[in-house]
Design a protein. Structure first.
Length: 202
């Protein structure tokens, strides 16, 4: 069985205020860098008048993909404290973005680190933590006549269907499967390579 890891169930929010500045933190469950881009773009449109929108994220079973962005704040005063909160809570597949409205009084680097840390904490306190298992995305390509064989594979891998296209000449099913099936999957890729059903890891 693959090691489980922790993420959050849905979007959550927290607010921290200091010397007139307001820090609004949003935590999002995400799975890909494209998910992150979408959430950040929406946030920037909604809070177009904010001074800064700083963020950090971790992706993957071990948080192996990560980034921290200060968005114009002094180096490591914003993105890094956000990222450190995700690390300390051992959360992955999570994006936290903090919207800052400047209140007219500078907080200094130490003040900024505290503000971004505490606003992130507030957002994550409101989040429901969930267990996740590592997954792999695959695509099964087949002729429509082999639909039954393709559906047997979906069941065999305990797959979650993400997308499907059916056509008389070429059909496909995109799946998300638990990574514990990867060994079986690799054997099937070899065994099915000479048949009308093809499996690709995507």
């Amino acid at each position: 069985m693959n090691k489980k890891y922790f993420s959050i169930a849905s979007k959550s929010e927290g607010i921290y205020k200091e010397k007139g500045s307001k820090f609004i933190a949003f935590a999002y469950p995400v799975e890909t860098e494209e998910d992150i881009k979408i959430e950040l773009d929406l946030l920037k449109k909604e809070y177009f008048d904010a001074r800064h929108i700083c963020y950090a994220y971790r992706l993957g079973e071990n948080g192996e993909k990560f980034r921290a962005n200060d968005d114009g704040e002094p180096n490591h005063s914003a993105g890094t404290p956000i990222l450190n909160q995700l690390k300390s809570l051992e959360l992955s597949d999570v994006l936290v973005a903090v919207v800052r409205y400047f209140g007219g009084t500078k907080l200094g680097v130490s003040g900024l680190i505290t503000a971004y840390k505490l606003s992130t904490q507030e957002a994550l306190k409101q989040a429901v933590v969930v267990e996740k298992i590592p997954t792999t995305k695959i695509e099964i390509t087949f002729e429509y006549a082999d639909l039954n064989e393709a559906m047997k594979l979906v069941k065999k891998y305990d797959g979650k269907i993400l997308n499907q296209t059916y056509d008389n000449s070429k059909s496909s099913i995109e799946l998300q499967i638990p990574s514990e099936f990867n060994t079986i999957l690799k054997n099937d890729i070899v065994q099915l390579s000479h048949l009308g059903v093809r499996i690709d890891i995507i």
